[in-house]
Design a protein around this ligand. Sequence first.
Ligand code: NAD
Ligand code: ZN
Length: 254
Amino acid sequence: MTLMPWERELAPIAERLRVGARTTVLTGAGVSTGSGVPPVRGDEGLWRRYRPETLATPAAFQRDPGLVWEWYDWRRQLVAGCEPNRAHAVLAAWTRHDPTMRLITQNVDGLHERAGSERVIRFHGSLWEVGCWDRCPSSPARWSDLTVPFPVLPPTCRYCGGLLRPGVVWFGEGIDPTVLADSEAATACELFLTIGTSALVYPAAGLVARARERGAFTVEINPDETPVSDHVDLVLRGTAEAILDAIEPHSAAR
Ligand code: NAD
Ligand code: ZN
């Protein structure tokens, strides 16, 4: 039996999990590629030749809400046909067994929640939430809407009849202040895992450096190199689903 190179390097993580070290996990699109969710960047992620940067902005929505909604409706249909994978399942078990564990995700697909993860900090919102574009006074900031596909696009606000918007954070929009505060608080941990993220999108990408500065043992799990690879304590080059599956027996969540 041949061991993957990373299989010899799990000890520092296993040890920390065994003693119940306070753990924070940051995930990105890479945890969902094993579920068949295509990345937003790159050729595979292109929808009708549009670049995401030209659709995921308030200006794009203002110009053509129908087009932007077609894209989100397509993404919702696609994700509805995907299942959480082993990486989602392991993280879900950890969040259920350890109330101090924090899971921050940049993903908007909802697969962590579908796998049963608790207290997910959704950095960039969710495909499964919507809000009123005009922020009409009787509507909450965001609410859940699982309709897929929408019978008419663009869908309308149930409170004012105006336009509905996807409950995600677009380029140029700020992160919810509560989410930012919760994420900052979560960097006070002993073990910080950054999994399946290209670490290009700030401020999420800055969390690992912050955790390390505060004394956490930091680990990157990613088959490819990223800008944070040289700034973590340990790099595990492999897929999230394989590596988390191998780490899981060492955790207390059994
Ligand atoms: P990204 O596409 O920029 O990077 C994905 C990273 O995952 C890459 O570094 C890649 O090497 C790695 N990867 C690929 N397969 C992997 C696997 N099996 N296991 C572990 N790692 C793997 O994604 P990002 O860093 O999350 O940033 C993208 C932005 O776009 C975020 O803001 C996010 O909101 C959004 N986004 C969301 C989704 C989603 O919800 N599923 C998908 C794509 C992008
Ligand atoms: Zn409204």
